[in-house]
Design a protein around this ligand. Structure first.
Ligand code: THU
Length: 145
């Protein structure tokens, strides 16, 4: 179990903006196969917020996660540094990013970047990127190339 982190007023406001963006993105999720709609939002170093939803496909493996959509929107806007991320879904427990999305997030997050995971019912779990993906494969591994 991860100890809760105290956050100040401006961090709370930032979290609320992320939540709002992720909830709105989630409403547009295309999830006819799983019926599991996910919304994700990332905040960048410039303070901008980018959101995404899961987009499923009749060829199931071709579906993409909400986090991937948010990251694609961020990159398309020329941003590269995530300072905070949030994921929300209607689930019995806070939805943690899948393994692939942990690696995708880690590309643009530092180890201490906070990831907030929520249910639509109000359950919450907060973890750092390093807690979500310990021993991540990073640029440091490519230094001999
Ligand atoms: N999904 C996400 O979009 N993000 C996650 O963090 C977990 C899973 C999606 C993929 C699929 O469309 C649906 O949730 C069920 O797995």
């Amino acid at each position: 179990m991860v100890a809760p982190t105290l956050i100040n007023q401006s961090e709370m406001e930032s979290l609320m903006s992320l939540l709002d963006a992720a909830k709105r993105a989630r409403e547009n999720a295309h999830a006819p196969y799983s019926n599991f709609k996910v919304g994700a939002a990332v905040k960048t170093a410039s303070g901008e917020i980018f959101a995404g939803c899961n987009v499923e496909n009749v060829a199931y493996p071709e579906g993409t996660c909400a986090e991937a959509g948010a990251i694609a929107a961020m990159v398309m806007a020329g941003q590269r540094e995530i300072t905070e991320a949030l994921v929300i879904a209607d689930a019995p427990l806070p939805v943690t990013p899948c393994g692939g999305c942990r690696q995708k997030l880690r590309e643009f997050c530092g180890p201490e970047t906070r990831v907030t995971m929520l249910t639509t019912g109000g359950a919450e779990q907060v973890m750092t990127m390093a807690e979500l993906l310990p021993g991540a494969f990073t640029n440091a591994h490519l230094e001999n190339t």
